[in-house]
Write a protein that binds this ligand. Structure first.
Ligand code: HEM
Ligand code: HEM
Length: 339
């Protein structure tokens, strides 16, 4: 904790070094996107398991505070992605190290150049939404607290669970130098994974955001009579879960293209982001028991997220779509998969 306070005060005090700011922003943006990612994967899985709950989650995403958060999220993803790419290039080209400051400037510039048109297009979706008849500006603060509190409790519970397990483990701890050596080989492997996965995540996450933020907006997820991006089928019921089902059931060359896309996104991002959290825990938590507890919580969190997200992705969503459409009295539905 003292290290975290020291990092914050020294980052603010240490003027003139661009690299320090680039590093701090990389860390803050990574953690920010990770928190969104945890909520997002769990929420998205409800589209298969609890469609009504998913509709409520999307309604919260469409509220003004989340709209502001979305702008921040996109800024974080763009900056983190570009800066991560700079780190990958610099790590592989030591002859470029003398240009570090210039490279950081390019990242800041690139972030602004990408964000200006993106924000304009996102803002247009917001304006169109509030111009629709019957749409009112409602902050939905009580609903927001009510819906996000369980996630916060879940994260705290995971940490407490990790601490308890770590405490129990420390009683029978038999760590040897041999074990530490093995771990360092794993760390080297993960160091490379962070870089390779980062580069692979760039097209995946930028593409995902382009589809749900630029081509269409978060408001279009619950629009009836609207064709979800990347599909040829109309969302007839206007339910958010139907939007997801059409995306996941769309076949291209015999492949459920968006399911495969989301599986890759889920796996690469989850391991990358939780291992990133592992670096941060190592930097700020020095007590052995607490550190092991936090690492355990991160590991369990990663496994749970991949399991829940993966379960939703491989579940029988065509049936869910059918059931939903029958409930909304629709008959002329085209469900391409399993039919
Ligand atoms: C968009 C493509 C991405 C690229 C190119 C990228 C690149 C990187 C790189 C190279 C690192 C290692 C930094 C180091 O070792 O010093 C890193 C760390 C990290 N990344 Fe990413 N990343 C991307 C996406 C994401 C996403 C989507 C998340 C969250 C969901 C995320 C979360 C993190 C976290 C928490 C860290 C640890 C930060 C730290 O140690 O300060 N990254 N990223
Ligand atoms: C507010 C911004 C976002 C919106 C509105 C959004 C929307 C959606 C939607 C509608 C789906 C359902 C399937 C599909 O259409 O492909 C989905 C799935 C998914 N999204 Fe996003 N997305 C956002 C940001 C992100 C970001 C930044 C990431 C990665 C860091 C991400 C990762 C995923 C993953 C992994 C899935 C599959 C989830 C599962 O298996 O349960 N999304 N997203």
């Amino acid at each position: 904790m003292t290290t975290l306070v020291l990092t914050i005060t020294e980052t603010l005090r240490y003027r003139g070094k661009l690299g320090q700011w680039a590093w701090a922003l990389h860390r803050i943006s990574g953690v920010g996107v990770l928190f969104f990612f945890i909520l997002h994967v769990i929420d998205t899985s409800w589209s298969v398991f609890y469609p009504d709950l998913y509709a409520k989650a999307i309604a919260i995403y469409q509220s003004p505070i989340f709209t502001l958060g979305e702008f921040a999220l996109v800024a974080c993803v763009v900056y983190h992605g570009l800066n991560g790419f700079r780190i990958v290039i610099m790590d592989n080209r030591p002859n470029l190290w003398k240009y570090q400051d210039r490279a950081v400037m390019y990242v800041f510039l690139g972030t602004i150049i990408l964000l200006v048109p993106t924000f304009i297009l996102m803002f247009m979706h917001v304006v169109n939404h509030y111009n629709e008849p019957g749409v009112v500006f409602d902050l939905k603060i009580p609903e927001l607290i009510e819906s996000q509190l369980p996630f916060l409790i879940g994260i705290v519970a995971a940490f407490i669970g990790g601490l308890i397990l770590s405490g129990v483990y420390s009683v029978v701890d038999r760590s040897t130098d041999k074990k530490a050596l093995k771990r360092s080989k794993f760390d080297t492997f993960m160091w490379s994974y962070m870089r390779i996965s980062g580069v692979l995540i760039i097209p995946l996450v930028f593409g995902h955001l382009a589809m749900v933020h630029i081509i269409q907006g978060v408001f279009d997820i619950s629009k009836a009579g609207f064709t979800p991006v990347g599909t040829t089928v109309i969302n007839q019921s206007g339910q958010a879960a139907e939007f997801v089902m059409h995306r996941w059931n769309t076949m291209f060359a015999g492949v459920m293209i968006w399911r495969v896309y989301d599986v890759l996104l889920l796996a690469f991002v989850a391991v990358h982001a939780f291992y990133g959290l592992h670096y941060i825990i190592n930097d700020y938590v020095h007590n052995k028991v607490v550190r092991r507890g936090a690492h355990l919580a991160a590991l369990v969190g990663c496994v749970i997220l991949i399991t829940v997200g993966g379960a939703a992705l491989i579940s029988t969503s065509p049936e869910t779509t059918d059931k939903m459409l029958n409930q909304s009295d629709s008959t002329s539905m085209v469900v391409p998969a399993n039919k």
